[in-house]
Design a protein around this ligand. Structure first.
Ligand code: PEP
Ligand code: MN
Length: 341
């Protein structure tokens, strides 16, 4: 399927800046639409908050002149009516809006019957239900053209990203709403332009339906999100890699895949059988604990188990964060099984 590529500046900063970036992007046939923020949700007061209506006027003029389409963020019903007034037919809900059902509902009312297309960024918190809920509200309001945009999640420890990718949350959305295409916004995930290309390539591996990328003619002097915006030339290189044809994914494509997949099936079988055995042992232990009037949860034992397993994980070359999360899940299930006895 054809990839959707949305690119453009974080914010409209002036007529000339918009013209310069539009001219460059209009010359790239794979760019579907130009993004440009008009009202900016800033974390702290006093920062550049977008140019509002004059920016929409320039967008309307330049859309005509260059034969391009623009989209911008809306957070209030007035934004929606202004967009309609200036011929913007695609809008997006920002991360701070998606997470607020009251705001989403208000926007649904103003979008109803408009025929507008809507992009829905993930909420700032890693909550797939909230993201899915916003999309369901728009669907219920009769919006036919909806796409999700994965822009990462605000976490206390983002492990070097501006917003942790947590790809699994986006995969959950895809499982629940397979009909909704999903784009990756590597700019807001990475927060630094060097991270944009590797993140976009990860999204390609996960078969996303396209990208939303921040592109500015002079990123270093951008008024918002300067560190993560790339030049039009940078985008052009990114798209060469991102849009290169991929090999078909069926298992007949390469005969080496079949035996390896067979081995994976066998390993999964073993893992599950071992888990069943582990739970059986938990049940036997629970009977003894019960007889002796001991508590099910023994913090000292758990501490020594986890320390020992993490050492083992390191020596086996496994990611300790991953192993810790997995063991915590297994332990929680073991406690649940013991309490049921
Ligand atoms: C943006 O796209 O510039 C923006 C503010 O996005 P988000 O809502 O993802 O933070
Ligand atoms: Mn931005």
């Amino acid at each position: 399927m054809e990839k959707t590529i949305i690119a453009g500046p974080c914010s409209v900063e002036g007529r000339e800046q918009l013209r310069e970036v539009t001219e460059a992007l209009a010359a790239m046939p794979s760019v579907t639409m130009i993004r440009a923020g008009v009202w900016k949700p800033r974390t702290r007061p006093g920062a550049f908050e977008g140019l509002g209506e004059p920016a929409l006027r320039w967008m309307q003029e330049l859309a005509e002149e260059y034969g391009v389409k623009y989209c911008c963020e809306v957070a209030r019903p007035e934004h929606v009516s202004l967009c309609r007034q200036y011929g913007i037919s695609t809008v997006w809900l920002g991360a701070r809006t998606t997470g607020n059902p009251f705001m989403v509902e208000e926007l649904c009312q103003s979008l109803k019957g408009s025929g507008m297309a809507v992009l829905v960024k993930n909420p700032t918190s890693p909550d797939a239900r909230l993201w899915i809920g916003a999309i369901e509200r728009l669907q219920a309001a009769g919006i036919a053209d909806i796409k999700a945009v994965h822009r990462g999640f605000a976490m206390y420890n983002n492990r070097g990203y501006r917003n942790a990718p947590l790809w699994e949350v986006a995969l959950e959305l895809r499982r629940e709403l397979p009909e909704v295409p999903i784009l990756c916004d590597p700019s807001h995930i990475g927060g630094h332009r060097e991270l944009v290309v590797p993140l976009a390539m990860e999204a390609r591996q996960l078969d996303y339906d396209g990208l939303m990328v921040e592109v500015h003619p002079h990123p270093d002097s951008a008024l918002t999100d300067s560190a993560q915006q790339m030049t039009p030339d940078g985008l052009s290189q990114l798209l060469d890699a991102y849009l290169a044809p991929t090999a078909p994914s069926d298992s007949n494509a390469d005969p080496r895949l079949t035996p390896l997949r067979q081995q994976i099936d066998d390993v999964d079988h073993e893992i599950l059988s071992l888990l069943a055995r582990r739970m059986e042992l938990s049940r036997s232990i629970a009977t003894i604990k019960h007889d002796r009037g001991m508590a099910v949860y023994q913090p000292k034992r758990w501490e020594s188990v986890i320390t020992n397993r993490l050492q083992l994980a390191t020596s086996l070359g496994l990611d300790t964060e991953f192993v810790k999360e997995m063991l915590e899940k297994i332990h929680a299930e073991s406690v649940r099984v013991q309490l049921k006895l």
